[in-house]
Each structure stands twice: as C-alpha cells, then as structure tokens.
Design a protein around this ligand. Sequence first.
Ligand SMILES: [Zn+2]
Length: 383
Amino acid sequence: MGVGVAYYGGRVLSNVAIVAVFWTSNVAVDLQQQVGSFYTAIASSSYIDWLEEYDTLGLTGVGGKLGSDQHIGRGKLTGAFTITPSTSATTLDDGDIASELAAQIAAGSLPAPTLDSAGNVNTVYMVEIPPGYTVTLLGGMSCTDFCAYHSTVSVGGKSVPYAVLPDSQSCVRAVCGQGFDDETILRSHELAEAITDTESGLVSAADIAAGKDVYPMAWAGDGGTKGEIGDLCFQGFVGDHDEVAGYEVQKLWSTFAGACVVGVPICVAGVTPPACRPCTAYDNGAACSAPTTVCEEATGTCRACEGLECSAMTDAGSGADAGLHGVSDADAGAGATDAGPGETRVRAGCGVTGAGAAGVDAWLLVTALGWTWRRRRRGRLLS
Ligand SMILES: [Zn+2]
C-alpha cells in the first residue's frame, strides 16, 4: 500500500523533548497517571530510531528550498504539567489553545522550548483535553471530524510544535478508539508527525489545497494533500498498530521499507534491505545496543566495541531496544473500499473511519491543519 512522502524543506525535531500538558486537573485519570510513562518509553525506543530515514542532513526541499540539515534521534519526556488556563470555556478553538500555550510558556508555567545545537526547537507540547470539552479546528469538531491533530505556534520567533488530544474516550460510539491502547496509538501518530513535519502548522491550509509553495512543511505526501507519515498508515485502530516498549503504537510510513512499520531493524547476517536497514554511526549505543553497541559502517551492521571505542561509549547498553520489530506490511489489505461522499463509514467498531483502497483516506480522522479544510471544501466532512 501507500504512496511516498517528499521533503519540502522545513524543520524536524532532532531529539524530541516531550512536555505533556494537562488542560486542568480534569484530564482523564488514566492519561494523567500513565501518559508520561508512555512518552518516556517511546521517546527512547526503536520507534524513534528508524525515523532517521527522515533526517534532513544535506537535503534540499522540493522547489529548491534550503533544508534544515538535522538528524533525528532518540528523545525524552521533559515532564507532565497541569495548567490553569485563562479561559474556563469547554469549547476551544485551535487558536485559543495555541495562544494559551504561548502564554503559559511566557509565564513560566510550562517549560520553555529547548533547542538543538543548531537552534532548532526540540520540544513538543502534547496537550491533553478533559472529557466534556469540544475542540474546533478550521470549523471541524473533535470526535466528529478529527480525533487529534498536531500543529505549530510561533513563540519568540521559534517554530514550536504542539499536538491537541481531545478526550477520545468520551466520543460517542468510540469513534476515536476505546481504551488506553487506542489513546497511545493516537498519541504516537501525532508525536511521530510532529517529529517529521514540525512546522506544518505554519503552512496555510489554502496553499496546501491549492498546491502552492508549502514550505516550511517537512515530510508529507504530495504537498500535504496526501497526509503525513502517520496519516498514510492510519486504519482506524484496525491492523495499523503494533507493540513497542510495552505500548501500542501506530504504524508509520517508511519509504525505505515501502511499508507501514513501527520499526525497521538493523541488518544482521542473512537479512538484506529493505527488510532491514544498514546502521549508521548515529545508531551507536541506541539502535546498536549491548552487546553490539557500535555500527560497523562498512557492513551496516552492529558489532561489539573495540579498544578505545568502549571507553568512549558512555551510553552503551542503555538503549531500550527490546521492542524492535521487523518490517511488516500486514495492513496492506486492510483498507476498506472508500464509502464515498455522504455514506456512513463504519469499520470494526471504529465508527467513522474510511480507509480508501490504498489507505490514503485514513487521514480523515487524525488530521493536521490543512486536511480538515480540504475536506470541508469538498463537502465531504464525515458525520
Ligand atoms: Zn496525522
């Protein structure tokens, strides 16, 4: 299945620093208690390692845009913070959330974004919305038109990514999933897209729809109209996820593997690309973990350290690679036929998903700024 993605010249997140934001203390208890542990586990897992295929090192974006020259590696949880917003409204537009985030950062109630060595933002704010709230985005409504989204707000001249996670358990008919596993699937999707398409929220929806210059978009399919690496693989929680580091995460499009995956393992003897990927020096101590912590770049495989390398490997063996999964295209046939405009799309208890024949309609539910607008323009909002 699937179509590829292209690079449009924008930033990615080098080493993600996740700030979980609880919009008041009324956020669902399971999320308040567990989402931090989930982010800690996933940010330093094999789910992130293979995303180096979306590095922008030395790349030029479509149309000749100067790229951001970044490597994507493992990250961490900065912390979880409960905010007291300036508004008590329970219907929140994306603009309200973005300005509240900026204000909370300015007031020191949320940690300021951290930067990589070149000054690019590393921090993403994952905003949890309590049950009983409705979030609107370009006229679309949570539960009805989207389950979650990620976007970008400019703070102090920096592009700061954030994701908005309305309480999916309170959506009627479980249209946005049911249970903590589906919540982690949604969050992994948005996290991965914030990492690989950090500044997409700065691109005008009209420009995306019109096929105009979409800089500073980073990695997306067809100028954003075909979605990002998570959208290309979302199937409404059916056959579109796997376990990494003890949590269910959504599969993401790998151009390298030509498939939806939760990881691409490092090659070992007898296994060849695209079923595996050659390691790079960036994998030392991470994807190449104990007892083989060093990437032998000539062969693209991990080996044990030798001599001085060993004392230089301060992080040897700490990599949480236990969950490394193989390439899988198990959801290739899982996409239902597009039900078409005006028809109810119901699949396997998930309510309103409509994965097209190639799976590319799956981005309807989990949307970024541009896609919802495009759906409205075409008069095909889901109901
Ligand atoms: Zn998405």
